[in-house]
Each structure stands twice: as structure tokens, then as C-alpha cells.
Design a protein around this ligand. Structure first.
Ligand code: ARG
Ligand code: ZN
Ligand code: CA
Length: 254
């Protein structure tokens, strides 16, 4: 692809209590975060340790709330659906009106984001490229979406969406999803081999899998640290985003 890719977004707010019916302003705060994080414009990128600074990369992807609905009519890119479902799980029920949720817009033209109450402390989940169109997109709990309103620390900086959209672009967890072993890989050559997920606010360096002296790249969006600790994609990850936009998600490249 050539240059920056612009992704039309539709946010489906599926609410049971009035508090879950988050404001347009909170939704825009999330879009704003994405446009910083995927353009390497987030001010906190300055906290990347010197040893990793040369690996930080601009993903050259931007996001905007759709201005046209699938039928061509004007829209603010937000749908609002009241539901009887008190909370959802990672079973995709939120993605269909028939199961208490909201139907997606065509997944080859829109990034579908669903915001609802997720049960069990789940912050969000994503579908990787190549899956069924009817369930393509990202789900985020209403307390971890955007930076205002119901967004709650330590997940109130919009990084759950950054992380999940990373998956939507075919990025794997940085520790390779093998529990705490050293055999799993994220298929990215410039991220150090890492044992398991990091959580909270780690101090640098955190060494695992003989990856010293610099250790884990725990400040990466694809780890499990708190929002304020995740601040970068690597060049190798951006190469995977590029491959995704040249392949399964090429319909977004105009
Ligand atoms: N799917 C992950 C979870 O629900 C998302 C983690 C996002 N991390 C974050 N700091 N926002 O745990
Ligand atoms: Zn994840
Ligand atoms: Ca790696």
C-alpha cells in the first residue's frame, strides 16, 4: 500500500443501563486515541526505553466515524441499541440483533466496534482477519472505551481498542500465547522473545526467556500492561499490518 490508510468506523453502543449508553464525546475520545497511537503521535511514546526507540513505528492508519451508512444515508457513525441483556461474553451475541445485540455493517467497508458491558472483567476481544463477516470487528466493555465518561482507571486511556484493533490487523500477543513458556512466537522478528504477559505497570527492564539486558518489550500495545504503560507498535508489527492491508483487509485500501 501507499501512504496512510483511512478506516471508516461504526460504533454500535448496546446498552442495558443508561450509564452504558455512553456519550458521543466519549466515543470521539476513543477515535482520537486511535489516531494518535496508530500514527506514533501519542505523547507518551517518549517513555519507550532508549534500547527500543529505534524500533518504534508509525502504523500509518487513521480512523474516522463513518459519515455514510451502508445505504448511503448520512450518519454520525454511531448506532444505539437498548438490550435486555445485563452483560455479554466473548460469544458474539452482542453482534446480532437476534441475540440482544446490534448487527454489523458490511465488514469489508467498516470497522465495526461494539461497546457494551462485558462480564467477568473482560476488557475487550477481537476477530482476526479471515473470519466470518457476520462477526468481524472488535468488542470493548464500556468502562474501557475512550478517555472520558465511564472510562475507568487503569483502563481509561483508550488502549483496549488500540490493542484489540491490533488483533483485527492480525497482530498476536507479544508473548506468543504459549502461557509462560519460551516457545510461542508473535511472528514478529523485532520483538524480543517473551515468556508470559506483563500486567500492571512493570519497571524496566523485565527479563524473561534470556532476553536480557533489555528484556521484554512490555511497553508494547500487544502486551497486557495497564493503559499508561503501553505506548508503541514495533516496525515488525507494522510490517504485519501492511501485509494484512495488502491481503485480507485490502478492501480498506482505496
Ligand atoms: N483482551 C484483553 C483483556 O480483556 C485486552 C487487554 C487490554 N489491555 C489494556 N491495558 N487496555 O484483558
Ligand atoms: Zn489481546
Ligand atoms: Ca517475537
Amino acid at each position: 500500500r501507499q501512504g496512510v490508510v483511512q478506516i471508516p468506523v461504526v460504533v454500535h453502543v448496546v446498552w442495558n443501563t443508561a450509564q452504558q449508553n455512553i456519550s458521543d464525546a466519549q466515543i470521539q475520545s476513543q477515535i482520537d486515541v486511535l489516531n494518535l497511537d496508530f500514527r506514533e503521535k501519542n505523547p507518551d511514546v517518549s517513555q519507550v526505553p532508549a534500547a527500543f526507540q529505534g524500533l518504534v513505528a508509525d502504523a500509518e492508519v487513521e480512523f474516522f466515524l463513518a459519515s455514510r451508512a451502508p445505504d448511503g444515508s448520512p450518519t454520525n457513525g454511531i448506532t444505539r441499541t437498548q438490550t435486555n441483556t445485563a452483560s455479554f461474553q466473548s460469544d458474539d451475541r452482542v453482534k446480532s440483533q437476534a441475540t440482544g445485540g446490534a448487527d454489523p455493517w458490511p465488514a469489508d467497508r467498516y470497522l465495526n466496534l461494539w461497546v457494551c458491558k462485558l462480564a467477568g472483567g473482560l476488557l475487550g476481544y477481537a476477530q482476526f482477519p479471515g473470519g466470518p463477516e457476520a462477526t468481524d470487528g472488535v468488542v470493548i466493555t464500556y468502562t474501557a472505551f475512550g478517555t472520558t465518561g465511564t472510562a475507568t482507571a487503569p483502563f481509561n486511556l483508550g488502549r483496549t481498542a488500540t490493542h484489540e484493533i491490533g488483533h483485527w490487523f492480525n497482530l498476536y500477543h507479544i508473548w506468543g500465547d504459549d502461557g509462560t513458556g519460551c516457545t510461542g512466537s508473535d511472528e514478529v522478528p523485532d520483538t524480543p522473545n517473551q515468556a508470559g504477559p506483563n500486567t500492571g505497570v512493570p519497571s524496566y527492564p523485565h527479563i524473561s526467556c534470556n532476553n536480557g539486558p533489555h528484556g521484554d518489550m512490555f511497553m508494547n500495545y500487544m502486551d497486557y500492561v495497564d493503559d499508561l504503560s503501553m505506548v508503541m507498535f514495533s516496525q515488525g508489527q507494522v510490517d504485519r499490518v501492511d501485509a494484512c492491508l495488502d491481503g485480507p483487509r485490502q478492501s480498506f485500501v482505496t
